[in-house]
Design a protein around this ligand. Structure first.
Ligand code: ZN
Length: 466
């Protein structure tokens, strides 16, 4: 007789036989980066030749739609409806990757070839996001086999290909297909667990807000001997302006950018005891960096961060003896739903003016990805926690939002679904640089967790739709 245990065992047998690794290897071999227009046909190929036939084999009806915004990648939708009286789940993934950065991977590795080394599978997209959606669909396949070709629930899928360009067009697309995409809950995977060994559910994402700080003083550079010490140096003014925005220990000084009443009690409660780490060689967690008094988990899941993504004055690769005409920094704020991003630029202007930096301009300010959050106590979140804990025999850590960005806001705003993100990666996976990899232990657990979730969705005891 079909059972939950044998559904999970089936999924794990697929994983352990290396068939999952080989399936992922085939997906990774398609260089579907959306950040290089020369790979547009690879992006098409990923959806049309790799994913669509697989979904159709699993009984989905699939379609590939042009992006509503000219010049951005297509969007695949698929659905598998058994009984409208049963729950309908929406899942999401992205088939595009960042650039390959071919020349930067260490010896023996390359972006478009899956390379196994110990407990790691290297390759572009292994973690972000091919490995994650491939795990979930492979687990679905195991449950379908176990149940003899039925699921007991309805499943819809959106697989976009412009995520690595900011999910451009996704909001317009979902708005135009609201009825077709209607669902009770979003259950999907991207990003890292809080630690590699801690199963995690994120009920939202932080948003991203970008702006340039510009000090533009004169038409061109002037001789550093005749003018240095006499005329204002834009690089120095910009450095001090940044120093007024954030102190040398990473504490944000523009206090209007931050949650007005500190970390909300409900967020603090859910993050109580939440570990952060396991990034390995990727970066160190510096206890003295960031907002004093917050735990590492509160710093990245319950608070806002300011990051200077790039800055330039003159030509660092070819300096000349001149006081540069201009200095520019491209900056980012990662923020939670506890702050209103429309206040960021006005607050910064007030701050810069008060600090005597009237000549520092704020250009190109705006939201790139909006923040989102489902109440961590939502019935669908509790249901998913219970299902995962039953499958993995371990506590699941819930976080009120992932530290990174995902287009969850689109699904909340337009479809009203609660968000259940179940990440399979970890924060040392180097997903946007060279040497991206997936750790096999969390991936294997993710396979088991999703086999359990897909199974439980076909049983009694799912939350009633909102
Ligand atoms: Zn990414």
């Amino acid at each position: 007789m079909a059972s939950r245990e044998s559904a999970i065992a089936r999924a794990l047998a697929f994983f352990d036989s290396d068939r999952f690794r080989d399936r992922l290897g085939a997906l990774v071999s398609i260089p579907s980066t959306s950040q290089d227009p020369a790979h547009a046909t690879d992006v098409q190929h990923y959806l049309g030749a790799a994913i669509r036939p697989w979904l159709e084999r699993l009984g989905f009806t699939a379609a590939i739609h042009p992006n509503p915004r000219e010049g951005f990648g297509p969007i695949l939708t698929a659905e598998r409806i058994e009984d409208p009286a049963r729950p309908t789940v929406l899942t999401y993934g992205h088939g595009d990757t960042v650039r390959g950065l071919e020349d930067q991977w260490r010896a023996g590795l390359q972006p478009w070839v899956l390379t196994e080394e110990g407990d790691r599978w290297y390759g572009r997209g292994t973690a972000d996001n091919k490995g994650q959606h491939a795990l979930n669909l492979s687990a679905l396949e195991a449950v379908l086999d176990e149940r003899g070709g039925t699921l007991g629930f309805n499943l819809k899928l959106v697989l976009e290909t412009s995520e690595e360009r900011g999910s451009i067009g996704l909001r317009d697309f979902v708005a135009a297909h609201r009825d077709a995409l209607a669902a009770d809950v979003l259950i999907a995977s991207d990003g890292p667990r809080v630690m590699p060994e801690v199963p995690t559910i994120a009920t939202g994402t932080r948003g991203t807000y970008h702006f340039d700080l510009v000090v533009d003083l004169r038409p061109g550079g002037v001789h550093s001997g005749h003018w240095g010490g006499l005329t204002t140096d834009p690089a120095v003014v910009l450095s001090h302006a940044i120093g007024s925005i954030i102190d040398r220990y990473g504490r944000i000084r523009v206090r209007d950018w931050l949650p007005a009443n500190g970390v909300p009690a409900a967020v603090r409660a859910v993050l109580d005891g939440c570990p952060v780490g396991g990034g390995g060689e990727a970066a160190s967690i510096d206890p003295d960096w960031g907002e004093p008094g917050l735990t590492p988990a509160e710093k990245i899941y319950g608070w806002n961060s300011f990051i200077v993504l790039a800055m330039e004055s003159g030509r660092p690769e070819n300096p000349v003896n001149a006081v540069a005409p201009q200095a520019r920094a491209h900056c980012q704020i990662r923020y939670t739903v506890d702050t209103d991003p429309t206040g960021f630029a006005p607050a910064l202007r007030r701050h810069l003016d008060q600090e005597g930096f009237g000549q520092v301009r704020i250009d190109n300010a705006g939201i790139r990805m909006a923040a989102s959050r489902t109440d961590p106590a939502h019935p669908w979140v509790r249901w998913a926690v219970a299902s995962m804990e039953a499958s993995l025999s371990r506590r699941v850590q819930v976080i009120p939002n992932s530290s990174g960005g995902l287009p969850g806001d689109v699904f909340v705003d337009l479809l009203g679904v609660p968000l259940v993100w179940i990440p399979h990666s970890y924060n040392g996976c180097k997903q946007h640089g060279p040497d991206e990899h997936l750790l096999t232990a969390p991936a294997r657990e993710g396979m088991a967790a999703f086999a359990g979730l897909w199974w439980d969705l076909g049983e009694a005891g799912t939350p009633r739709s909102a």
